[in-house]
Design a protein around this ligand. Structure first.
Ligand SMILES: CNC(=O)c1c(C)[nH]c(/C=C2\C(=O)Nc3ccc(Cl)cc32)c1C
Length: 273
């Protein structure tokens, strides 16, 4: 802890709180996310260790960079030191767009989508074995000073299984739950693609595709799979890729490779080079 100076609280992520810090050696601004493992059983502790080790291996410009971890045995806490993303998370951006009735232009949406797909490609297609994100949502997508997308920490949500101590912090309605998760069948990379479809829909329409005031109603809507077309100001192409990711049948959904081959995505990939 002595290598870092606390600057101030940033907020609470989907689990654990995030604090802005300064590295004393070079003054670099970073954040740490605090995980309290005091109440965890051995299985959950092992899972956090495994997931942090996976985070350490992942180096990609569109994935939040992991720098360090500090274990405070006395307080039974782990501090995960990660990259600072000056422009916060996508849920704040969506709220601002909605409040100011200032929707994002389609070109920016395709750029954001491309970067999230690149990050997810890194996870799903890594040679050491697939990593599922399991918690794709606006609050887990961060933006750096140049409005580049950074996929937030993930896999850790594996610790968030229903049996985990964290389950209670999984506050809010599971808007992005896939049909197969409702019937509690096995979560796979196509479930991440479903969540990506919900995420892209919400970035475009500024509301999730399936909304309800309670879980049973939400599950019915998700199972029916019908949702409003995105605003007419956006192209049929954007509507088509969202509908493709929101196919009820997982095998019908695209994988990350097919998404990278979309004309609007591959065009921007070539521009990036
Ligand atoms: C209103 N929120 C913010 O301004 C904000 C800012 C400037 N940064 C963040 C969050 C993170 C940030 O800056 N880096 C992060 C790395 C991992 C995780 Cl889980 C979260 C962050 C947030 C939520």
């Amino acid at each position: 802890m002595e290598n870092y100076e606390v600057i101030g609280d940033i907020g609470t992520g989907s689990f654990g709180s995030v604090t802005k810090i300064r590295r004393k050696t070079d003054g670099k601004i970073l954040v740490w996310k605090e995980i309290d493992y005091g109440e965890m059983n051995d299985k959950e502790k092992q899972q956090v260790v495994t997931e942090v080790n996976i985070l350490r291996e992942l180096h990609h410009p569109s994935i939040v960079r992991y720098y360090d971890r500090i274990i405070d045995k006395r307080a039974a806490k782990i501090f995960i030191v990660m990259e600072f993303c000056e422009n916060g998370d996508m849920s704040h951006v969506i709220r601002r767009c909605k409040r100011e009735n200032d929707p994002m232009p389609e070109d920016l949406i395709w750029k954001i989508f491309m970067q999230i797909v690149l990050a997810l490609y890194e996870c799903h297609k890594r040679k050491e074995g697939k990593i599922l994100h399991r918690d794709l949502k606006p609050a887990n997508i961060f933006l750096d000073a140049n409005m580049n997308v950074k996929l937030g920490d993930f896999g850790l949500s594996r610790v968030m299984g229903s049996e985990s101590v964290y389950a209670h912090t999984h506050v809010g309605t599971p808007y992005y739950m896939s049909p197969e998760q409702i019937v509690e069948s096995h979560y796979n990379e196509k479930s991440d693609i479903w969540s990506l479809g919900c995420l892209l829909y919400e970035i475009v329409a500024l509301s999730p595709p399936f909304e309800a005031t309670n879980k049973p109603q939400l599950e019915t809507k998700i199972r029916q799979g019908s949702f409003q077309r995105i605003p007419r100001t956006y192209s049929d192409e954007l509507q088509r890729v969202i509908s493709w990711m929101l196919c009820s049948e997982p095998s019908q959904r695209p994988d990350v490779e097919e998404l990278l081959n979309l004309p609007q995505v591959s065009l921007r990939l070539r521009e990036k080079r």
